[in-house]
Design a protein around this ligand. Structure first.
Ligand SMILES: *Cc1c(COP(=O)(O)O)cnc(C)c1O
Length: 233
């Protein structure tokens, strides 16, 4: 089995090649380690290999790992919340979270705003869009994006940065391409409707099976679990 270091090196090469194909700069693509179910030593290995962004799905797991990593001297990690976020958990992540990738309702946005206001912080967020309309997935329908984006822009302690999506699982990465295109087009459409460029400058899309295609379609953050850590247990 390849080590985390070897897997990261390979992922980086793939990112470079995808950027070359797309005429993009590697600096414009952030590799986030998606670390649900991964151990603290695995995360340390990734951070030692140069990964600076880490995303967790579950708040308790995030807090436990962050606590251990802070104590071990890894306090520079940029933490992301990438899964469905319950409103009653918002207050735990707002003090330090670099990005919340999963804003999917005004009620959630308002809770983030309220908690961020209390500690005088501005929380960067992405709207999660359920492009394929899967029942089992969270996220807003593309048609709802303009309205939610406008409402989020009104919240003083939220900074809208872009869109996030998670396509249906497939073993053919080309299946994801049209969905990634829809997300990028949607971001462009929102800008043409009057949203500032900065509010739509980030696209969080692409996982282990389809990140190269995602980069070709404009991803600025790819979220990698298996590609960096191997199959989960
Ligand atoms: C688990 C997860 C990932 C990473 O999935 P892999 O296929 O292992 O790369 C990315 N994004 C989200 C939201 C996840 O839950």
């Amino acid at each position: 089995m390849p080590t985390v270091v070897e897997r990261i090196a390979e992922a980086r090469e793939n990112v470079e090649r995808a950027c070359e194909r797309a005429g993009r700069e590697v600096e414009d693509v952030t590799i986030m380690a998606a670390t649900k179910g991964r151990s603290v030593p695995e995360i340390v290995a990734a951070v030692e290999a140069g990964i600076s962004d880490v995303g967790e799905n579950y708040v308790q797991e995030l807090l436990d790992k962050k606590g251990e990593l802070d104590e071990a001297g890894y306090s520079e990690i940029c933490w992301h919340t990438i899964g469905h976020l319950q409103r009653n958990k918002v207050r735990y992540v707002v003090p330090f979270c670099s990005r919340i990738h999963s804003v999917e309702s005004m009620r959630l946005a308002q809770e983030i705003d309220k908690r961020a206001a209390r500690i005088d912080r501005v929380q960067a967020v992405l709207l999660e869009v359920n492009i394929a309309g899967e029942e089992s997935k969270f996220g807003i329908a593309p048609e709802q994006a303009a309205q939610l984006a406008e409402q989020v822009m009104e919240l003083e302690h939220l900074q809208l940065r872009g869109l996030m999506t998670m396509p249906p699982y497939t073993n053919n990465s080309e299946d994801s391409r049209p969905l990634f295109k829809v997300l990028r087009d949607l971001a462009e459409q929102l800008v043409s409707l009057g949203l500032p460029n900065e509010a739509m400058s980030e696209l969080s899309m692409g996982m282990s099976g389809d990140y190269q295609v995602a980069i070709e379609e404009g991803a600025t953050t790819i979220r990698l679990g298996t590609a960096l850590f191997g199959p989960g247990r």
